[in-house]
Design a protein around this ligand. Structure first.
Ligand code: CMP
Length: 135
């Protein structure tokens, strides 16, 4: 998961991390970072060429983000349930995006959409050594 620039700017990090803990998602890696255009571009490579890609990169590099590696049974499905739909207008009551997101772009958090992408995204920001030393 990534707490996006709007989540950090609006001081929602603590509340969002608290959601993870209350839902028994174990934090095994966490860092506050400022993404470069290259890093954000590689991370969101799957969206390259889409109409919102350039704005997404500009936005994701507009401030610091918190990258978080989570571990749990069915971690991706459970994490996606608590973050809610990408567009906060469609996000269910009580989800992170319903509570904290402003718009489809400034939507508070990014969450991996499949276990495969979850593994890729954790590997993108954390080495195995980082994770072993924190578990
Ligand atoms: P995220 O889960 O980080 O994955 C890609 C992001 O692109 C998404 O959340 C949105 O914040 C952003 N985005 C902007 N416009 C769109 C769109 N039309 N469809 C999907 N994602 C969009």
């Amino acid at each position: 998961m990534i707490v996006k620039p709007d989540g950090v700017r609006k001081r929602h990090c603590g509340d969002i991390i608290s959601f993870l803990e209350k839902n028994d998602l174990d934090i095994i890696g966490m860092r506050l970072v400022k993404l470069t255009a290259t890093t954000a571009g590689e991370f969101y490579d799957i969206h390259r060429g889409k109409p919102f890609y350039n704005d997404l990169l500009a936005y994701m590099t507009s401030g610091k983000v918190i990258v978080i590696a989570l571990q749990a049974e069915n971690a991706v499905a459970r994490m996606r349930e608590i973050i809610g739909a990408t567009n906060p207008r469609d996000a269910a009551e009580g989800t992170i995006r319903q509570l904290y997101a402003e718009s489809i772009e400034s939507n508070a958090v990014h969450g991996s959409d499949t276990p495969e992408n979850g593994r890729r995204e954790v590997g993108f920001f954390f080495s195995e050594k980082d994770l072993l030393e924190t578990t």
